[in-house]
Design a protein around this ligand. Structure first.
Ligand SMILES: NC(=O)c1ccc[n+]([C@@H]2O[C@H](COP(=O)([O-])OP(=O)(O)OC[C@H]3O[C@@H](n4cnc5c(N)ncnc54)[C@H](O)[C@@H]3O)[C@@H](O)[C@H]2O)c1
Length: 428
């Protein structure tokens, strides 16, 4: 089986994915759709694509031979579009988030359960090197039991004005004021996927954005009447530990934007402070005979990009402007298993977001072609998103402790994609 893919939304983010889907050995063709004729034409020309449609609806109606749809529309539009595409019998890849209501998320899960179609959310941060490192070490038991962790997505709204203006026209502030906790999947996925737990309760505080004059946040100013630019949530996790998640859109930091600051188990601890990542074990591990003495491992050459490591060795980093900055979130890190990717992706480094895009595209293609359940499937995506939706409700109620609904793990009838094996494509 080969994938015949329709990409919906030809804005700035989809471009690298269109390139990668076209390059993948199991993708036969890529078609495009956008409401904006100029964007559609520019993207079609850039990628050498002739099959185009003027909307998702047109694509579903006329693109009969397409067997998969990839959605890259504005963040608050995904839920209904995912459902439409699943209803039309297509496998679905969607940029984050999965949807903005619990009802839509439940409907997506039910549709996937009923049809067996693939749904995958393209969570870039799942493949951020520090998340991979923590996940692998946690699964090996190096941390012991999770007790506390912190993760965040810091992205100042002023850096996103242009993005929202491009698609929103005169009304761009209305989607721009989306509650920060309605876009929580970068921070949550990194920490929650590392420890393999989900959140059961939340208390969240919001920062009322009444000290800025860009008119984005506040009652009546956006689709959600959202007054908060920043939200801080404390989650009770299913294993009993506590996670602190920050989603900030008004913050004077440049980069990094998405990262795990700390992950503490009773036996080991990961910490990141901008330029330095460490893994440590202390007295508890010594007392249990797991280490001879307290131990610190510096992970800079494990979880940073290869070009950062090379520049650091050459002494050519401009420390005042570069540390883990935009320049250094391009390309693979040593912790990435490039060998599982099609060869054509391995030296193809024009990707942003810590080289996560090739892994996401390959996960989706493999899941559809092999008929397996990918990581970041509907059940995972629900556990990254619903905690944020309830956190927003908590912050509207002044931090009230609220229970978080959970749709559980995917049923056992869905066989998990376990191909994460070396040289998959060379073995064919
Ligand atoms: N790291 C990440 O995971 C990451 C980074 C950036 C963007 N994103 C996500 O990617 C998505 C796209 O971002 P972007 O900046 O390219 O957005 P954009 O606003 O530039 O582009 C979205 C496009 O979708 C089109 N569209 C909307 N409804 C449509 C419909 N019914 N049919 C066809 N086309 C339709 C719009 O006309 C627009 O051109 C967003 O959801 C964003 O959250 C994720």
């Amino acid at each position: 089986m080969k994938i015949r893919l329709g990409v919906v939304g030809t804005g700035s983010f989809s471009s690298d994915f269109i390139r990668l889907f076209k390059l993948h050995p199991d993708v036969e063709k890529v078609a495009l759709a956008d409401l904006d004729a100029a964007k559609l034409a520019a993207s079609a020309e850039k990628h050498g694509i002739t099959e185009t449609y003027r909307s998702l609806d047109d694509m579903l109606q006329d693109g009969k031979d397409l067997n998969a749809i990839a959605i890259f529309t504005q963040r608050h539009l995904h839920g209904p579009m995912v459902l439409k595409a699943l209803d039309a019998g297509k496998h679905v890849y969607s940029a984050v988030p999965i949807a903005c209501t619990i009802e839509e998320i439940e409907a997506i899960i039910n549709k996937v359960k009923e049809t067996g179609l693939t749904y995958m959310m393209g969570e870039t941060c799942y493949y951020y090197p520090s998340a991979i490192y923590c996940r692998e070490q946690y699964q090996k038991g190096a941390f012991g039991k999770f007790v506390y962790g912190e993760a965040q997505y810091y992205h100042d709204i002023s850096e996103m004005y242009k993005d929202f203006q491009r698609s929103g026209g005169a009304e761009w502030r209305r989607p721009a004021g989306i509650p920060p906790m309605f876009y929580p999947t970068h921070s949550i996925s990194m920490l929650f996927s590392a420890i393999g737990e989900h959140a059961t309760q939340v208390s969240c505080m919001g920062l009322r954005d009444d000290f800025h004059d860009d008119d984005i946040y506040g009652e009546g100013k956006n689709y959600w009447d959202n007054p908060f630019s920043n939200q801080t949530a404390l989650f009770r996790m299913s294993g009993g530990g506590v996670a602190r998640i920050n989603e900030f859109r008004r913050v004077g930091i440049n980069k990094p934007s998405s990262y795990i600051t700390c992950l503490y188990g009773d036996l080991g601890a990961y910490e990141c402070s901008i330029t330095q990542h460490t893994f440590q074990r202390g007295a508890a591990a010594v007392e249990r005979g797991l280490e001879e003495k307290p131990y610190v491992e510096y992970l800079d050459e494990v979880v940073n990009c290869e070009d950062y490591i090379a520049d650091k060795k050459a002494g050519s980093i401009d420390w005042a402007h570069d540390p883990i900055s935009v320049r250094y979130i391009r390309g693979f890190a040593p912790v990435h298993d490039k060998s599982r990717l099609p060869a054509v992706y391995r030296n193809n480094l024009s990707t942003n977001h810590f080289a996560s895009h090739p892994f996401l595209v390959d996960d989706f293609v493999r899941a559809v072609v092999d008929g397996k359940l990918p990581p970041n499937n509907a059940w995972d995506a629900a556990r990254y998103m619903i905690p944020g939706l309830v956190a927003h409700e908590s912050s509207l109620q002044g931090g009230k402790l609220l229970d978080i609904p959970d749709f559980g793990d995917a049923p056992d009838t869905f066989e998990k994609l376990t191909y994460i094996k070396k040289d998959y494509y060379e073995q064919e």
